[in-house]
Design a protein around this ligand. Structure first.
Ligand SMILES: Nc1nc2c(ncn2[C@@H]2O[C@H](COP(=O)(O)OP(=O)(O)O)[C@@H](O)[C@H]2O)c(=O)[nH]1
Ligand SMILES: [Mg+2]
Length: 239
């Protein structure tokens, strides 16, 4: 069995998913892939089933309805834990994260990092084809979270990462409250506060060529409110 499971959450990624899975299988053939689809109305779930039927390293978790990125990942983590994987990878279905980077990120996790964070906002990291508003939101959001949470991390919202499964297990996942992209902030911050080894690895994020972003104001608002609350109650929280 493979040591690593890559979890790919999908919602309406019909025109991106097959390409991404193909790139994954080529770049890191010994990593299994789990697609977590939230009953995408555009038929992404069917494409995922076809990919799984062609390749035993690919599997699909179908969820009943759109339930947010955080819950999709938690369901995927559960599977990784049950199936005994040592590492779990997070990456987007839309091609923004280059699977080739995993050739550097997985060895970092294998040599002792608990969490390897694919980071856009460290030297060597970059963003391509993002409108200025998205860049602004990401940069200021990360700066705000870093300050409020007294974090030393530069890309708390990054969705491209590798966790050591044993580290993930010790993070008390049942207690994770975020639903949207704030989930990424919550997990990275928990790992950091628990004293885990969190390593930032520079990545170039390339904006999707097909389909549409699921980012919306509610997701930004959730992150803003939670980070502000966590910041003010930080001293009284356990990791
Ligand atoms: N299963 C699931 N996947 C989601 C959900 N929201 C977003 N995603 C996936 O999360 C990844 C990142 O979303 P995207 O819209 O590209 O966000 P952006 O890159 O920040 O604009 C993509 O693979 C989406 O399909 C959700 O509610 N459920
Ligand atoms: Mg995207």
């Amino acid at each position: 069995m493979a040591e690593a499971l890559a979890i790919v959450p999908t919602y309406n990624e019909r025109d991106s998913l097959a390409l991404l899975v193909g790139r994954m299988r080529q770049a890191v053939p010994d990593v299994d892939v789990l697609i977590v689809d939230d009953a995408s109305p555009d038929g992404t779930g069917r494409i995922a089933d076809e990919l799984a039927a062609e390749d035993p390293a690919v599997s699909v978790l179908h969820r009943a309805h759109k339930d947010g990125l955080g819950r999709a990942y938690l369901a995927g983590f559960q599977k990784a834990i049950e199936d005994g994987y040592r590492f779990v990878v997070e990456l987007d279905a839309d091609g923004s994260h280059d699977p080739l980077e995993l050739r550097s990120m997985l060895p970092l996790a294998a040599s002792g990092a608990d969490l390897v964070l694919g980071s856009r906002w460290v030297p060597g990291g970059a963003v391509r084809n993002w409108p200025w508003l998205r860049q602004f939101v990401s940069r200021t959001g990360n700066g705000y979270a870093r300050f409020m949470l007294r974090s030393r991390l530069h890309d708390l919202t990054s969705g491209f990462r590798v966790f050591r499964v044993d580290a993930l297990k010790s993070l008390d996942l049942a207690d994770v409250s975020s639903q949207g992209y704030c989930f990424q902030v919550e997990l990275a911050w928990r790992a950091e506060r628990a004293g885990m080894r969190v390593v930032e690895h520079p990545i170039t994020f390339v904006e999707r060529a097909a389909g549409r972003s699921k980012m919306h104001l509610g997701i930004v608002a959730e992150a803003l409110l939670r980070v502000t609350f966590w910041g003010f109650t930080r001293a009284r929280r356990r990791p």
